[in-house]
Design a binder for this molecule. Structure first.
Ligand SMILES: Nc1ncnc2c1ncn2[C@@H]1O[C@H](COP(=O)(O)OP(=O)(O)OP(=O)(O)O)[C@@H](O)[C@H]1O
Length: 836
């Protein structure tokens, strides 16, 4: 009798099938949302509308266009003052790494598609022959300028042909989605063998790591590494525990690093331990490590720190061979960092010189074919001569490709540590490379599908992140979510959030998660067939409850051995469940499946004054987040640049301005009402009186000796950012950071001022109608941003001083979390009457 697949295999396969199908659906919605946002460019959309939505910057002039970055041309653009009242562009969404097109500025009317030289944009409009367009990658964005890195024109003798007045428009980037789709296809073939094509010879290994990630097997018992000699002895106990945990885990380890707790510090030690040549014994070999991050910034942050490590002492190991993969425009332009890029390293090798020669020959042949060969009056060759030249071109192209990929292979094969963003790890350069360990930093900001790209290349996975900070930005979320939330008032959302000490799941994501699945969900075959009501969102693992269970072991400074840890209760549920939204990250999911045993919490923070840390620690980290002695009592008055103020002013004045960690300017009763900027759904809020209070406090801080670069102003509304920028930039310049919370994640400042904006006689805060003006954030998202995200990200940026300006009587109606925060402020902050 032929034996068919067992019932458990069928069950496992059907679970995997539902999981992958759900991911595919969500990703295709997300891709659609992204295209919808940028497809405005491909429709007859007025440039003004694109600019309003932050997707285009018009009226720019080319300042310079020089070669840099591994042969790319850096085109620097700015707003000429002759044509504009201010050289500062309006708020926009351009960030380094974005795909963008430089095109001729057409002052009004529908957008025209343009052809162009260099890397040509698609020319779909025959009327636009006169206009030129070039595509590239945003390299740098400053207050007044934007720099785009573009490929040089194909032909060596043609300069970039750029219009005099330009517009830069943002383009949809489909590569990331393609790679995620590919990763899901690959996963499907691994998990469900019947989906493989007949004759497919690819090795689809269902490795122990993948089994654990798909909840097919529990994680193996950790190995016992015995005593560990730490490279960095200054690591604190929780960091050492996390290092040991990551090294001893067989398949997967998660490191939970709240703000300023040395997540990167810890990762560096892990990388050093993994790659140490001191471990080159029969039992333990130096590992080959792929280090990825959700963003280029996180990757470069690690790269910079690795490059700054001292070389090993003589006879104690060999220097690490490190290579960074990525478009040079996306790599941090700092000394050393660019040197470690594949492009620069490959360009330096001997083989590269040969490849260059071939490229020169190829370019010359192409020029001749185009009738631009050397010598006066060169003509296009014809007949046999032309045929022969084309044959040469084909042969040269082949040779160039071979030589070029040979160069890349040579550099990468000798690299022990390779760094890339998750999706770049899916590029052709790493096609046949395998690694012992993949590390993903900022894993709580990465979509799960993109994490699978590096996972397939490794045997073991280490994730680092903080599930209490901003989740990945999801554009498609609001479409589905809005429907379910519109029926709900902020108050009803607040009710859904448990109060008190019991199980206050109050965090950046929780407010979304507290909303139960609605009728839409029930009707949705995807969610209903997969128990929409019991998926990872409604069973959120974030918040105090889970962190309270975190495995923080009474420790010695050497860090505990995992094998000695008390046995933990197995997690109640260990099933692979299709996610309801893409906001459920791999980190979240693993925590839900395996419980706290899958992670270690770093519990000492090195950033905030203890009082600034108190509220987030209590509400987001179950009071486990402690302040290191070196920062627990640090104040602005301890900064060297405030010394002369301290020495010349009386104690009361010094304390008022420089000696108070948390100040709350409460505008309740002042009638400092907000204003809706723009019309209807397109509008954003601002509050002029609040902006005046912010300005006044900034002035006081600067008068007391603070540098503008030591201050950040954060507010949830783009209109308030614009207003504050116009009030403060002329005086303090770009050094003073003013922005929404998104740009501040992972950053810190000595003083942070938060302007809450909302103030109205209806006491209304939630479900704001700020449409996708800046980050594709929806009405619902703005509500969340006012509450959980504001706290977990905005307030944890401050090192020595946090100042909040807002109307307590309005803002406390913005949900349970804000209410709790304002109550905490009333008791713990120095509350000052804003109207005074
Ligand atoms: N063991 C330690 N001893 C002293 N200082 C430390 C230690 N660990 C981290 N720090 C300091 O804490 C700060 C934050 O460290 P790091 O940048 O590694 O943290 P992070 O968790 O990655 O930060 P973020 O909150 O930005 O994600 C740095 O100034 C670092 O020098």
């Amino acid at each position: 009798m032929a034996s068919g697949p067992s019932t458990s295999t069928v069950n496992t396969e059907s679970t995997a099938r539902a999981f992958i199908a759900r991911h595919r659906t969500l990703l295709s919605l997300e891709r659609e949302a992204e295209i919808e946002r940028t497809s405005l460019l491909l429709t007859n959309c007025a440039p003004r509308l694109l600019e309003q939505r932050g997707l285009a910057l018009g009226g720019l002039g080319v300042v310079s266009a020089g070669v840099g970055l591994g042969g790319k041309i850096l085109v620097e653009l700015e707003r000429p003052v002759a044509h504009h009242s201010s050289s500062l562009p309006p708020p926009h969404t351009f960030r380094p790494g974005d795909l963008a097109r430089i095109e001729e500025n057409i002052s009004s009317g529908p957008q025209k598609k343009t052809g162009g030289k260099g890397k040509k944009a698609q020319d779909t409009d025959s009327d636009s022959k006169s206009s030129r367009a070039v595509e590239g990658v945003v390299y740098k964005v400053t207050d007044a300028r934007i720099v785009i890195a573009v490929d040089p024109p194909d032909s060596t003798d043609v300069d970039l042909d750029l219009p005099e007045r330009c517009r830069v428009v943002k383009l949809a980037n489909s590569v990331t989605y393609d790679r995620m789709d590919k990763a899901l296809d690959h996963l499907e073939k691994i998990a469900i063998p019947s989906t493989r094509k007949p004759g497919d010879k690819t090795n689809y290994e269902l490795s122990p790591l993948i089994r654990v990630l798909l909840a097919m097997s529990p994680p193996s018992k950790p190995s016992d590494l015995g005593d560990i000699t730490f490279f960095d002895e200054s690591l604190n106990t929780s960091q050492k525990q996390a290092v040991r945990f990551a090294l001893e885990a067989v398949e997967v380890a998660c490191i939970h690093g709240p703000p300023g707790t040395g997540k990167t510090h810890t990762l560096i030690e892990i990388i050093r331990q993994l790659t140490s040549t001191l471990h080159d014994t029969a039992a333990q070999k130096p590992a080959r490590v792929l280090v990825c991050g959700a963003s280029n910034l996180s990757v470069d942050n690690i790269l910079e720190r690795l490059l700054a490590l001292p070389p090993p002492e003589k006879g104690k190991g060999i220097p690490l061979k490190i290579t960074r993969i990525g478009h040079p425009a996306r790599v941090l332009a700092r000394e050393g960092v660019l040197e470690a890029t594949l492009e620069v390293k490959a360009g330096r090798s001997d083989q590269a010189a040969l490849a260059k020669d071939v490229k020169a020959e190829l370019d010359a042949a192409l020029s001749t074919l185009a009738g631009k060969g050397k010598g006066k009056g060169a003509k296009k060759p014809r007949g046999l001569e032309r045929k022969k030249l084309w044959e040469d071109v084909r042969a040269l192209r082949k040779e160039y490709r071979q030589r070029d990929s040979g160069v890349v292979k040579a550099v990468l094969s000798e690299s022990q540590i390779v760094l890339a963003t998750c999706h770049t790890a899916g590029g052709r350069q790493l096609r046949d490379h395998v690694f012992d360990v993949a590390i993903i930093d900022e894993a709580t900001q990465a979509l799960e599908a993109v994490c699978w790209v590096p996972i397939f290349k490794a045997k073991k996975l280490i994730l680092a992140g903080d599930p209490m900070q901003l989740p990945p930005t999801i554009l498609s979320l609001d479409k589905h979510e809005k429907k379910s939330k519109q029926a709900k008032s902020p108050e009803s959302t607040a009710k859904a959030v448990p109060q008190g000490n019991k199980a206050p799941k109050l965090n950046s994501g929780d407010e979304k998660r507290t909303v139960p699945a609605n009728e839409d969900d029930k009707e949705n075959p995807l969610t209903s067939s997969t128990e929409a009501g019991s998926d990872s969102e409604s069973e959120s693992v974030r918040g105090d409850t889970v962190i309270a269970e975190d495995t923080t072991v009474p420790a010695t400074d050497s860090g505990e051995k995992l094998s000695e840890l008390p046995k933990q209760k197995p997690a109640k549920r260990s099933r692979l469940r299709p996610p309801r939204t893409l906001e459920t990250t791999l980190f979240d999911r693993l925590e839900r499946i395996y419980g706290p045993r899958i992670k270690r919490l770093l519990n000492v923070q090195y950033r905030m004054h203890a009082q600034i840390c108190q509220f987030p620690s209590k509400t987001l980290y179950a009071s486990k987040l402690k302040s290191h002695d070196s920062v627990a009592s640090h104040l602005l008055r301890d900064l060297p640049n405030t010394t002369s103020f301290v020495e010349t002013k009386d104690e009361e004045t010094t304390k008022e301005i420089l000696g108070t960690p948390v100040v709350f300017f409460d505008t309740a009763g002042c009638e400092y009402y907000e204003r809706l900027e723009g019309d209807g759904d397109e509008g954003s809020r601002c509050n002029e009186n609040e902006a005046t209070v912010v300005k006044g406090w900034t002035e006081k801080l600067v008068e007391a000796g603070l540098l503008p670069s030591q201050i950040a102003i954060i507010t949830p509304y783009q209109a308030q950012v614009t207003l504050l920028t116009s009030l403060l930039r002329p005086e303090y310049g770009a050094e003073l950071e003013i922005g929404t919370v998104d740009g501040m994640q992972g950053r810190e400042k000595d003083a942070v001022i938060i302007s809450l904006v909302r103030s109205n006689d209806k006491r209304e805060v939630g479900f704001l109608k700020e449409k996708r003006r800046l980050n594709g954030k929806s009405a619902y998202d703005m509500h969340v941003r006012m509450s959980g995200l504001m706290s977990s990200v905005a307030m944890t940026r401050a090192k020595r001083h946090l100042c909040i300006v807002g109307d307590s009587s309005t803002v406390q109606h913005g949900g349970a979390y804000l209410k709790k925060w304002l109550a905490w402020l009333e008791v713990n902050a120095d509350v000052r009457f804003a109207g005074a």
